[in-house]
Design a protein around this ligand. Structure first.
Ligand code: BG6
Length: 491
C-alpha cells in the first residue's frame, strides 16, 4: 500500500503557544497565560495571588500534579515574563504565516481555537464576537489556499475562570460549558472546518492536571473525575458534531508514550504493560468506547468512586472518536532494576537512557522506529484511522547570513517520515495525515522557551522577549516542500 493521494501533509500549532494577543479584543485569561518561562534546568512557574491577603507567589510545573496553597488563585503578577502573551504573534501575522504554509504545499494546518477568546470566562452566556471574527478570517485565509484546518478545541488553554471558580474539569458543569463552546464554533465554522480534536493529549491529565484541565486540587479522585468528565464531554461533542454537519470528523488526541523494556527480565515486560496502560487507558475509553478492566480494578483498589451516570457510559460507547490522532516525538526505556535508572527524560516521561539512541539537547531520544511502533500498537488495538498530529525536533537554531541551516532537523524528520511510510507500505495501516509540530517557530509548552524551536520558518524572538518577530524560511522549509510535492517519495 502507498500513502493516499490526498494524504494530509502539514504542520501543527496551539493558540497559547503561537497567537499571542493574550488580552486583545475581549479575550479572557487561560490557564496558560499565568505560566512563566523556564528552561531545561528550571521549571516553569505558575504565578498566584491570594485574594484575601494580597500575598503573591508561585508553584512550579513538573511532571507531577501541582497543588496551590490554600486561598491562592493563578494570576498574572507584575515582574514575571509570560511567553504566551505575545508568543509568535499569529494573531497579527496569520496572513503571512498561512502564505508560508501554502508555499510549502500544506494540505492541512493543525491549530487550536483559544477557548477564552470565544468565551472569555468559560461560563459566559454569549460568545465574544471579536474572537469569533478572528477565526472567520483565519479559516477563510486557509480556504483561499485549499488548506484543510484541523482544529483542537482545547489545547492546554482552559479559561482561567473555570479553574478558579469550578476547580477546573473536576466539576461536571464544565462539561456543559465546553459543549456550548463546541456547538458555537462548530455552527459558526460549518463548511470551513470538518476535522476536529476534542482535547490535546488527553492523557496528560494524569501527570499535569492543571495543564490538562485547570484542575486546582489534584487528588487521585479529582484527576479520575476530571478525566471522566472530559470523556463524557468528548462523546457529547462527537454526537453534536455529526448532527451539525455529517461531514464532521472528530478525533481523539493522545500523547503516545512508547515505553521499551531495558532488560529481558519478565518483570520488565510486565512493567512495560503497566506503564503503557497509563497511556492507553485514555484511548481505550475515548476511541475504544469503554473503561478497561485494569483501570476499573485500579479505581477499586484506590477507593476512587466516580460521580457518573449510566448515560455517561452509553454516550462513551456510542460516540467514540471517529479517528485517533496522536503526538509522538521519542520513546523511553523502563526497568524494575532500580540501579539502572538514569537521567533521561522525554516529554512527560522520565526513564532510562537508551544506549542505541542519541538524544536532543533537551534529552529527548531520537527514535527512527517509534512512529511505526506507535502506529502498529494503536492500529492493532482499535482499527480506526490514525493521524500523526505532532512529531519533530526541538533544537537551537543559528541564523548565519540570514539563513538557517537546520540539517539536524531534516535528518530527524527524514527518519521519522520513513518510519511512518513503512507502517503504511509494509503494515498496511490506515494513516490520514502527518502534521509536524510547531511548523512556524513558537513557544515551547514544556519549558516556555523560544530557543527550543521546531519550525520550518524561523521567528526572530528570543527567550527574553526581544526580536522583531520577522520570519525567515529555514533549509527545512525547502526540504519539506519537496517531501510534500513528492507525497513522501523524495526524502
Ligand atoms: C506536546 C504538546 O506535548 O509537545 C505541545 O501538545 C508541545 O503543546 C509539544 O509544544 C512539544 O513539547 P515542548 O515542551 O518541546 O514544547
Amino acid at each position: 500500500m502507498e500513502l493516499k493521494k490526498d494524504f494530509l501533509w502539514g504542520g501543527a500549532t496551539a493558540a497559547n503557544q503561537y497567537e499571542g494577543a493574550y488580552d486583545e479584543d475581549g479575550k479572557g485569561l487561560s490557564t496558560a497565560d499565568v505560566m512563566t518561562q523556564g528552561s531545561l534546568h528550571e521549571a516553569r512557574k505558575i504565578t498566584w495571588k491570594n485574594i484575601k491577603t494580597g500575598e503573591v507567589g508561585y508553584v512550579e510545573m513538573g511532571m507531577k500534579p501541582i497543588k496551590f496553597p490554600e486561598g491562592a488563585v493563578p494570576a498574572v503578577i507584575k515582574g514575571y515574563y509570560y511567553p504566551s502573551h505575545v508568543a509568535t504573534d499569529f494573531y497579527h501575522r496569520y496572513k503571512e504565516d498561512i502564505k508560508y504554509m501554502a508555499d510549502m504545499g500544506f494540505k492541512t494546518f493543525r491549530m487550536s481555537i483559544n477557548w477564552s477568546r470565544i468565551f472569555p470566562n468559560g461560563d459566559d452566556r454569549e460568545p465574544n464576537d471579536k474572537g469569533l471574527e478572528f477565526y472567520d478570517k483565519v479559516f477563510k485565509e486557509l480556504k483561499k489556499y485549499n488548506i484543510e484546518p484541523l482544529v483542537t478545541l482545547s489545547h492546554y488553554e482552559t479559561p482561567l475562570n473555570l479553574a478558579i471558580k469550578y476547580g477546573g474539569w473536576v466539576d461536571r458543569r464544565v462539561i456543559d460549558f465546553y459543549v456550548k463552546y463546541a456547538e458555537t464554533v462548530m455552527k459558526r465554522y460549518k463548511g470551513l472546518v470538518k476535522y476536529w480534536l476534542t482535547f490535546n493529549e488527553i492523557n496528560v491529565m494524569s501527570m499535569m492536571p492543571y495543564m490538562g484541565g485547570g484542575v486546582m486540587d489534584p487528588t487521585p479522585q479529582n484527576i479520575a473525575q476530571a478525566a471522566h468528565n472530559q470523556f463524557v464531554a468528548s462523546a457529547k461533542v462527537v454526537k453534536l458534531a455529526h448532527e451539525i454537519d455529517p461531514e464532521n470528523k472528530v478525533g481523539q488526541m493522545l500523547a503516545f508514550a512508547a515505553v521499551y523494556p531495558l532488560t529481558p527480565d519478565p518483570k520488565d515486560q510486565i512493567k512495560v504493560i503497566e506503564d503503557m496502560h497509563q497511556t492507553l487507558f485514555y484511548s481505550d475509553v475515548q476511541t475504544g468506547g469503554r473503561y478497561p478492566e485494569y483501570k476499573l480494578e485500579e479505581y477499586k483498589r484506590e477507593g476512587i468512586k466516580l460521580d457518573d451516570t449510566p448515560e455517561d457510559y452509553d454516550l462513551i460507547k456510542k460516540y467514540s472518536a471517529d479517528f485517533l490522532s496522536f503526538s509522538c516525538y521519542s520513546s523511553s526505556v523502563t526497568t524494575t532494576h532500580k540501579d539502572k535508572i538514569g537521567e533521561s527524560r522525554g516529554n512527560f516521561v522520565m526513564g532510562v537512557k537508551n544506549p542505541y539512541l542519541k538524544e536532543s539537547d533537551w534529552g529527548w531520544a531520537t527514535d527512527p522506529e517509534v512512529l511505526r511502533y506507535a502506529l502498529n500498537t494503536l492500529w492493532d488495538r482499535y482499527h480506526k484511522p490514525l493521524w500523526i498530529v505532532e512529531n519533530g525536533l526541538g533544537a537551537v537554531d543559528k541564523v548565519e547570513d540570514g539563513k538557517i541551516h537546520d540539517d539536524y532537523r531534516i535528518e530527524y524528520l527524514q527518519e521519522n517520515i520513513a518510519s511512518f511510510i513503512k507502517a503504511v507500505e509494509v503494515d498496511g495501516i490506515d494513516l490520514m495525515g502527518y502534521t509536524s509540530w510547531g511548523c512556524i517557530d513558537l513557544v515551547s509548552a514544556g519549558t516556555g522557551q523560544m530557543s527550543k524551536r521546531y519550525g520550518y520558518v524561523y521567528v526572530d524572538r528570543d527567550d527574553e522577549g526581544n526580536g522583531s518577530l520577522d520570519r525567515i524560511p529555514k533549509d527545512s522549509f525547502y526540504w519539506y516542500k519537496k517531501v510534500i510535492a513528492s507525497n513522501g517519495k523524495d526524502l
